[in-house]
Design a protein around this ligand. Structure first.
Ligand code: FPP
Length: 267
């Protein structure tokens, strides 16, 4: 059961007041750590450190709101181009996060998953990751996806390669290739598509993040830097989601009338 509380009730009320569907999966591009630090005269890494602290907070908020899937963009394939000292500090923070939080994930029954190419990460990080993945693998309800060494285009290439290998081995028929089959080859195979994609820091780009999975996600761009993106901002994003009508290619009337038609058919 989700925790009760004022903010949770606010969101519940707006969920019930409309017919726009449940918010199961939130994906976040946690941007603005560097600017947060610069504006305070601090080194960039201090912004990342505060960003990691905020990840703990975001996990708690997501659970309180009963968001089952939370996906965080932690390190992109393009991020290897950053200065070596920033890369190594980010890897250190990741290790620190896993060290400090695996027990908490287990306590809260949250399954950790990685999307990306974790095999290319430093060995120390992989070791901590493997421990956390193993310790949480049996949890079913809540799931935290950390995108690490992730890029959508790389993901598509990896999927095409794996599909081609299966086709060459006669395991799948390319003539029967459709989206449900192809999506099984993505890193997110058994994870539903995000309902809501949040990007912090005022940038309005997707930056090679979940391009396939966000085909019908609602977008929310916040001007707030990630270290300052708190419970109130998160709830604002969720409330914005609940005010929208998701149409998935249908007309507004079809979507509005569908529940009525279903009720009539079930009479
Ligand atoms: C974007 O800010 C942030 C990143 C590239 C790294 C995000 C990583 C973390 C918050 C830490 C690791 C995450 C987990 C899940 C433990 P930026 O550096 O691009 O900021 P700027 O645009 O202001 O320079």
């Amino acid at each position: 059961m989700p925790a009760t509380g004022r903010l949770y009730s606010t969101v519940q009320t707006s969920t019930k007041a409309d017919t726009k569907g449940k918010l199961d999966h939130v994906a976040i591009i946690m941007d603005g750590n560097g600017r947060w630090a610069r504006e305070r005269g601090l080194p960039r890494i201090e912004g990342h450190r505060r960003g990691v602290e905020n990840v703990r907070q975001a996990l708690k908020i997501a659970r309180d709101l009963d968001v089952r899937y939370l996906t965080l963009f932690a390190f992109s394939v393009e991020n290897w181009q950053r200065p070596p000292e920033e890369i190594s500090a980010l890897m250190g923070l990741l290790e620190f996060f896993l060290e400090r939080n695996t027990r908490e994930l287990v306590k809260n029954k949250v399954r950790l998953r990685v999307i990306g190419r974790p095999e290319e990460l430093p060995e120390k990080v992989r070791k901590k990751l493997d421990e956390a993945l193993e310790a949480t693998k049996d949890f079913k309800h809540y799931s935290l996806q950390v995108a690490l060494n992730y890029g959508s285009r790389t993901e598509v290439l990896d999927a095409v390669r794996a599909f081609s290998e299966d086709a060459a081995a006669g395991k799948v028929d390319p003539n029967h290739l459709d989206w449900p089959l192809f999506s099984k080859y993505l890193y997110t195979a058994d994870i539903p598509d995000p309902d809501l994609l949040i990007r912090t820091s005022g940038e309005t780009r997707i930056s090679n993040f979940l391009l396939m999975q966000c085909a019908y996600s609602e977008m929310y761009f916040s001007p707030v830097y990630w270290p300052d993106f708190d419970r109130e901002h998160f709830v604002e994003a969720v409330e914005s989601f609940h005010r929208r009508q998701r149409r998935f290619g249908k007309t507004g009337e079809q979507v509005t009338d569908a529940p009525k038609a279903e009720a009539i058919a079930n009479r």
